[in-house]
Design a binder for this molecule. Structure first.
Ligand SMILES: Cc1cc2nc3c(=O)[nH]c(=O)nc-3n(C[C@H](O)[C@H](O)[C@H](O)COP(=O)(O)OP(=O)(O)OC[C@H]3O[C@@H](n4cnc5c(N)ncnc54)[C@H](O)[C@@H]3O)c2cc1C
Length: 323
């Protein structure tokens, strides 16, 4: 019996969310008196996988199937199921990411497993059952869920758990799976990566703009602050709809859900549909010229002022901190 952690790879590196799931899986394994074993799919140097020992993984299986440059559900499920069998995994740890969400439900059906997504804390283990705390209603409430099936799948919410940093190196073992053309149905023909220095879904800090920016010509105000903070940029829905910014930057109910450590919202009113995508950010800073803007109710810090005046001052201050 082992704890299996799915390790997601992007551009040859382990995603930050997978450092979180590896740390989580290692702690669950310790509580169960067993090993935490990773499974990485895709092109990644062995040294990158060995370093997952620092998050507590003993071993990482690596499948570098050349026909899988990107996520394909059928093929991933096959590789994961084979590895579950190899390591006799009864606990599977995923991230609540696009990949984790897509494979979690499929695995639960195939394995007759209990599944909890958006999990934010380590399980309370009592005999054969796990009680896990999860975030529900777009981060507005918590639910305690009891997982009773023999196999348990936990998808951990991004940025909800600490990354362990300890001494250690994981053993890496190459594995292959019998991937057929049927398993590859739905494989993307071409992938166009979002440009930008920091990936929005992985970012620790996000600087976001709304209609209060008044036009794309003012977006340098957002970009300058983001650059000074090493942050990703985001926007409200209307901004993407009008074409000021690309749609992959749109956060909210109908866009991307993020939970960075710091979310800075400039010229965004704070409509409920926007908040749905950002309200589990650890710290929210709101800049709005209207002191009655709804976003201030959800803010940890608020600045009442014009974005054209406030943003350059914050950028200056951030640059001074970096010197
Ligand atoms: C089904 C549905 C789904 C939706 N999904 C989403 C979603 O996923 N994401 C999303 O963002 N929205 C979503 N919306 C839209 C949402 O309801 C709001 O309309 C939208 O979030 C408003 O965008 P905004 O705050 O940029 O613009 P506005 O509502 O126009 O607000 C602009 C804000 O900027 C402030 N401002 C203006 N000038 C300045 C200045 N110079 N300096 C400082 N502040 C200034 C104003 O006081 C105002 O608060 C959805 C709506 C529906 C009906």
């Amino acid at each position: 019996m082992a704890v299996l952690v799915l390790i997601e790879i992007a551009d040859g590196l382990v995603r930050k969310s997978s450092l979180e799931t590896a740390s989580y899986g290692a702690q669950v394994a310790k509580a169960l008196g067993t090993e935490a074993i990773g499974l990485a799919i895709g092109e990644v140097p062995a040294a990158e996988l060995q370093s997952l020992g620092r998050q507590g993984l003993q071993k990482v299986y690596h499948n570098n199937e050349s026909r899988l440059p990107d996520f394909v559900p059928g093929a991933y499920i096959k590789i994961i199921l084979q590895t579950v069998q190899t390591v006799q995994a009864q606990v599977i740890i995923l991230s609540t990411s696009n990949i984790g969400t897509a494979v979690g439900s499929r695995l639960a059906i195939r394995l007759g497993a209990s599944l909890a997504t958006n999990v934010i804390a380590l399980p309370e283990i009592a005999g054969d059952t796990f009680k896990v705390k999860k975030s529900v209603f777009s981060g507005k409430a918590f639910a305690d869920v009891v997982l009773t099936a023999e196999t348990k799948i936990i998808a951990v919410k991004k940025n909800a758990v600490e990354i362990l940093e300890q001494e250690g190196s994981a053993e890496v073992e190459a594995i292959s799976a019998d991937i057929t053309d049927t398993d590859l149905i739905g494989a993307p023909q071409e992938t166009i990566r979002a440009t930008g220095e920091v990936l929005l879904t992985e970012a620790d800090v996000v600087v976001s703009g709304g209609r209060g920016l008044r036009g794309p010509e003012n977006w340098h105000l957002i970009e300058d602050l983001a650059k000074a903070l090493g942050a990703a940029t985001a926007c409200s829905k209307p901004v993407a709809d009008i074409g000021w910014r690309p749609h992959h930057e749109h956060v909210g109910q109908t866009g991307i859900t993020i939970s960075p450590n710091l979310y800075i919202a400039a010229g965004i009113s704070g409509a409920i549909q926007h908040l749905a995508g950002v309200n589990s950010s650890k710290v929210i800073v709101v800049i709005n010229k209207d002191p009655e803007a709804p976003f201030f109710k959800a803010a940890d810090y608020g600045i009442v002022g014009d974005v054209a005046e406030v943003l350059p001052k914050l950028t200056e201050a951030a640059k001074a901190l970096n010197q």
